[in-house]
Structures are given as C-alpha cells and as structure tokens.
Write a protein that binds this ligand. Structure first.
Ligand SMILES: Cc1ncc(COP(=O)(O)O)c(C=O)c1O
Length: 405
C-alpha cells in the first residue's frame, strides 16, 4: 500500500495510488504483470501453509495473483468498499452475485429493466435453479415493498437502467430491503465513482462491467463485485474462483489498472461532453425525447442531482418523432445513425470513442419481445455513449447526419 494515508484522499489520488506500491523485487513503479498460472514453493511445508491460509502467499492464479489483487484493492478503494472480486467479464460479476447470494427456494426482486444478458440470467437461469424472481419498477418504492416475501434474499437493479436511463434511489431501496432482511446489489456500470457510490447510499454489493468506464479504453472484457469482506469472501471462495472460474487474466488486470489511473479525468470529460450532447439533441426539432439524468426533463432529475453529485455521465438514449419528413421516426433515426462519420455503430459504452447502437436489435436482442415490452424498451430507442472526442466535433457529426433527413 502507498505510504500516504489514502483513507480520506480524493478520488484522483486514490485511483492512482490505491492497490499500487513499488514492486518489492526491483522497485518497478508500475504494477508488474505476473503472467503465471502457478507459483513455486520453497518447501512442501511452505506450500501446505499457503494452501491452508496459515501464511499469506500465492499458489495458483485462479485463486489469487498479485496483479489481479492490485486491481481488486484499487477498485475496492474507488467504490469505498472493504473487498473486491475482479472477474473476467461483467456477466461473471452478475453470476457471482446471484449464485453467491441465492439458493433454491429463495426469492429475488429484480429491476424491471436491466441489461439483456442479465435479464436472461434472472428469467431463465434462476428459474432452472428453483429461485423465484419478481420484476418491479424500482422507482416505485411501494411496489418494491409489496413484492417482498418471507424468503426474499436479494434486491437487484441497475443505478441507471440500460437502456432506458431510469434512476433508482439506492438509499430508499436499501432501507426497505434491510428492514426485511434482504440484501441489495446494484449494477453501477453506467455511473461509476466519482458519479455514484452505491455502498455509501446503503447497498450491500456493487458490481460493474469493467469493460466499460472502469477500464475505459475499449480493449478489455472484465467485471468486479465490491462489498463487505464478509459477503465478498464466500462469493470469491465458493463461486467466482471455483464454480465459475471467472478470475481475469493478469494482463487484462494490468490494462485496467493502467486505465484507472486517469479515471477522474476521463469521467469529467465524459460528463461534460454528455451534458452538452444531451442538450444539443434535445434542441433538434426531429427529436421527440432524450433520456439523460442531467436534463431537467428527466423524471428523476432531482434524485440525480443528489446522487450523482452533478456528474451525469456520458450515456443517453433518444427517440425521434413518430413522423419525420414523410418517414416514420425509426426509419429516419436509422438514416441519421448510418450517416454518422465520427461515432461508430457498436455496442459497449464508456470508451474514448463515441458509440451508438439500437438496443432492441443489439444489446437487448436476446430478451423476448414481451420481456422488452414489460421493461419498457421501445423498438425505436437509440442508445448513445458519448466519448472523449472534442464535443464540437461530436455535435458537428450529428448536425451533418440530421441534415440527410
Ligand atoms: C449494465 C451492464 N451490466 C453488465 C454487463 C455485462 O458486462 P460484460 O459485457 O463485461 O460481460 C453489461 C454489458 O453491456 C451492462 O451494460
């Protein structure tokens, strides 16, 4: 650990120094990539003691690796949590949370709009395991409380829903859950610190697709779960490193450690660009609605002001009016998206590049049309992840694309 006490240090300082110390062997400043599957013991006795946990040390990289552990320490510090499990994908983190907190006969509550593959886990995988799930609008606190049963163990939702951009009041849900003995897990992929701190709001577990803002460079698939050590320890021991084996590679962990050092700067730019692009889109006469928590028109803008500390992020979704110059809104929208030159048509988000995609046929395509309708994911909705380019260029790209209509 850094010699500097990071407990009360700012986000930028923690993102650079947490989990990192000069390498003990040669003093390397950057965390070395321990690209090894196994570790050698001096003696049988030492190996046995490391395996039994009697003395600290590494044995096999699926269970622990210095580069991966440095990443876990850093992400835990950034989310203000005690412990972290890094996983090889965001879905690895989702799997770790549900398999680590639920068992046959339990009941879970899931936000009605979640990422498409997460929806499949809750609707299909958990049903096979005999775990009942109720889907609720987590903005409706009365509906959440009414859905709680004797055997409710978990309330799961996304801070900002993918792709509808609905914001949930984490503190209010956590209070209800804790009164009924359930735990709260929040997917914070869309709003990582320094935007939203779910653990400080009262959640028990926070998870991420680190593929997105945490790595921030579009070159890694990874995930993470953060929370109290008493919750994280068993998930790591029994689920992620054993049943699922979702430990990330040392190389990918190194890339994320590298990406995290500039997280504060990146997020500030994403937020600044995001707000400017959302305001621009709202001003375009062809646009019917922009869903972005930083806009006053967003239904939970007041909650966003409190929970997001003025940082509204770089993701938004929008739809065009029903009729645009003789075309239906969705046809017009496809024309605009196809005409973009700077933004790429691609799923994922939180990259330096501006990315745009159509949730109904891409990220949420593996949900049934009924599940999409229940989640409120409209067929003509477009999701945009505003990148780190100069904002005038992003807006100019949209201006030339709207000009094709
Ligand atoms: C909100 C959210 N959670 C989880 C995931 C899954 O992450 P990954 O693709 O890293 O497995 C995604 C992926 O897009 C996501 O958007």
């Amino acid at each position: 650990m850094s010699k500097f006490d990071l407990t009360n240090a700012g986000f930028g300082t923690r993102s650079i120094h947490a989990g990192q110390e000069p390498d003990k062997l040669h003093g390397a400043l950057a965390t070395p990539i321990y690209q090894t599957s196994t570790f050698c013991f001096e003696t049988v006795e030492q190996g046995s003691a490391i395996f039994s946990g009697e003395i600290p040390g590494y044995a096999y990289s699926r269970g622990g690796n210095p580069t991966v552990n440095a990443l876990e320490e850093k992400i835990a510090a950034l989310e203000c949590g005690e412990a972290c499990i890094a996983t090889s994908s965001g879905m690895g983190a989702v799997g770790g949370v549900v398999l680590g907190t639920l068992a046959t006969g339990d009941h879970a509550i899931c936000g009605k709009c979640v990422y498409g593959c997460t929806d499949v886990v809750f609707r299909q995988t958990l049903a096979k395991l005999g775990i009942e799930v109720t889907y609720v609008d987590t903005n409706d606190l009365k509906a959440v409380e009414a859905a709680i049963k004797e055997n409710t163990k978990l309330i799961y939702f996304e801070t900002l829903t993918n792709p509808n951009m609905e914001l949930t009041d984490i503190a209010a849900i956590s209070k209800i859950a804790h009164e009924h003995g359930a735990i709260v897990a929040v997917d914070n992929t869309f709003t990582p610190p320094p935007q939203v701190y779910p653990l400080k709001e009262g959640a028990d577990l926070v998870l991420h697709s680190c593929t997105k803002y945490i790595n921030g460079h579009g070159d890694v698939i990874a995930g993470a779960i953060v929370g109290r050590a008493e919750l994280i320890g068993p998930i790591k021991k029994n689920v992620t490193s054993k049943i699922c084996g979702t430990t990330p590679s040392p190389f990918n962990s190194y890339l994320i450690l590298r990406g995290l050092q500039t997280m504060e700067l990146r997020m500030a730019r994403h937020c600044e660009n995001g707000l400017a692009v959302a305001k621009y889109l709202e001003s375009v006469p062809y646009v019917k609605k922009v869903y972005y928590p930083g806009l006053e028109s967003h239904p939970q803008h007041e909650v966003a002001k409190r929970m997001m500390h003025g940082n509204y992020g770089g993701i938004m979704s929008f739809e065009l009016k029903e009729e645009v110059n003789g075309m239906d809104g969705f046809t017009a929208c496809k024309k605009v998206v196809n005409a973009l030159k700077l933004a790429s048509i691609a799923v994922s988000l939180g990259d330096p590049e501006t990315l745009i995609q159509h949730p109904a046929s891409m990220t949420h395509a593996n949900m049934s049309p009924e599940a999409r309708a229940e989640a409120g994911i409209k067929d003509d909705l477009i999701r945009l992840s505003v990148g780190l380019e100069n904002v005038e260029d992003i807006i100019a790209d949209f201006e030339q694309a709207f000009a094709v209509l």
